[in-house]
Design a binder for this molecule. Structure first.
Ligand SMILES: [Zn+2]
Length: 226
């Protein structure tokens, strides 16, 4: 069976999204094609990479990007942190892909029962700060907890959706490079939530290419400057 776009990497944000969604469908239904994982392709991409999507995902061991989207070498530019929290190295990595590699799609990938979100919720509820650098992870999730409280959302997966949406906002607010790429139609940003048991992704938030996304848009986001 031919994989549409397997040989010709998707060039537009819309094509890139279709490619990810069809790969996820193959994974969910147990019919993965494992494209671009053979020795021939490994050699072919050794001279240069043209990934069609950036995936900023949670580090959770069950959220391996190439597996759940049924892709291979050279396809995805992957950045992962616990709770997909955003710091300067994350922003720099995404900007490298968008500006130098001209990757047309940035995906924020969260998932149900996210441990980072749960840990933040517990620490925040108890009024404690976890030791060491764990505090940074919790601190970056707290604004999403506040947003959820304002919206009256109390279940963990509802909070996860809000945190994914918030991460999309943070990327567009903090990265001038990404913001410009979106406004100029070169890139889109999509927030997705993955279900651990079912293996499927669901779009939570979509910022299309050419959408007019202001820097520091919306209500003052405390995470924008932490
Ligand atoms: Zn997680």
């Amino acid at each position: 069976m031919a994989v549409p776009g397997a040989q010709q990497p998707p060039a537009s944000p819309a094509q890139a999204l279709v490619e990810l969604q069809s790969g996820n469908r193959r994974f969910v239904t147990g019919n993965p094609l494992h494209p671009n994982q053979d020795a021939g392709h490994r050699t072919a991409v050794a001279d240069g990479q043209h990934p069609f999507a950036v995936v900023l995902g949670c580090s959770d061991s069950r959220l391996a990007a190439e597996i759940i989207f049924d892709r291979g070498l050279g396809d995805l530019f992957v950045v992962r942190t616990a709770g997909h929290i955003v710091g300067t190295e994350v922003l720099g990595s995404i900007e490298y892909a968008v500006s130098v590699l001209e990757t047309p799609l940035v995906v924020v990938l969260g998932h149900d029962s996210c441990g980072a979100v749960q840990a933040a919720r517990e620490a925040d509820g108890a009024g404690t700060t976890p030791p060491g650098y764990l505090g940074a992870v919790v601190g970056a999730v707290v604004p999403s907890l506040r947003q959820a409280a304002r919206q009256g959302v109390d279940d963990i997966d509802g909070i996860v959706d809000i945190h994914i949406d918030h991460t999309v906002e943070v990327l567009l607010e903090r990265s001038v490079t990404l913001n410009r790429a979106v406004r100029e139609g070169r890139c889109a940003v999509v927030g997705m939530s993955y279900r651990l048991a079912a293996g499927e992704v669901r779009v939570v938030r979509s910022v299309s290419a050419t959408e007019d996304v202001a820097l520091a848009a919306g209500p003052a986001a405390p995470t924008a400057h932490h």
